[in-house]
Write a protein that binds this ligand. Sequence first.
Ligand code: SF4
Length: 375
Amino acid sequence: MKVIENYDDWVDPSTYLERLFVELSCRDNLLVDRIVGNAKLPVEYLDERELSSLIEGENSPSLGEGKRNLILSNNKGDFVKDCPATKTYRCCDYRIINIGTGCPMDCVYCILQAYLNNPNLTFYVNTDRLFNELDELLNSNPDKVVRIGTGELTDSMALDRITGFSRDLIAFFSEYDNGVLELKTKSSFIENLKNVNHAGRTVMSWSLNSNEITSKTEFRASSIESRLHAAKQCGEMGYHLGFHFDPIIDYPGWQEGYHQTIEMLFKTIPAEKIKWISLGAFRYVPDLKKVGTRRFPESSIFYHEFVKGLDGKQRYFRSQRTEIYSKIYNQIKRFASPETCIYFCMESDEIWKEVMGFTPKQQGGLPEMLDKTFC
Ligand code: SF4
């Protein structure tokens, strides 16, 4: 596998954008003005026919080229959705805010390569409707902790330098004491998080991996050191923090690699700032292997033994997952605050029991375990 980035060379991924397209019907939108002003790119206005040709017609770019195009358009569907978890594995009752699709970073394992049918990046600008949907959701669940994040179909902060949308969301959530916003990222851009009243309702969270996996599979993402430095600054600004070891990848040297990252995490971040840490071993839908191996032929992450899980995804064998999880979990446990919720993303009760010694049900359920960190 080739290493294409030196850790010190990281630049904000939004600087890779080359073309900005605006759906004609959005041209008077104030958020469009803000983004056009910040992006400083030539702007092309497109009608519906031109837009659909760019998305899936004769002008549609490749996945790699599409990462340099940003389309500003209206979201015609719902902004707020339930996380597409499966019934088979323990899920955490999470909700998603669909602020846009695609990501200017480029991870070998990224599910979006197989999932999205639009190769361009899209950011939705009819956010009045988004805030109405959130209002309704939060007002109709006054006695529940509503955990919700934007990092499902994009990275929460990858375009924040030009959209500035983190500030709008953080300010909105500061007014609800039953909402918890999670902004999940591999970027280190945190400028817009400064001097905003978050009222303790936002969790800034970072995906973590070993340095080797980061440098060989997470192109244009910031280094682990730089992510942790950004997290430390956010902690100092009073934000709660979360970390996601996902996907954990089995490769020669994984023990040492993950051990180093865990040590760096707890050397940099005060344990009591961390609300949650999730663990998820590499898993993928079969279609991803075709795209991933074609786009990243140097990568070996798909060339491993996998078994088809109950959700149809390829996963490492259970014995291997248990071994990897046990090592990582026990290392994290040595340093973590007892208040931090350490959990598996999409794993079975058997794995929970074997590794952690209990099932989520015995602790009241995974959603409750996470909610408790806010009660
Ligand atoms: S940072 Fe996340 S959304 Fe972006 S390419 Fe990587 S996995 Fe995909």
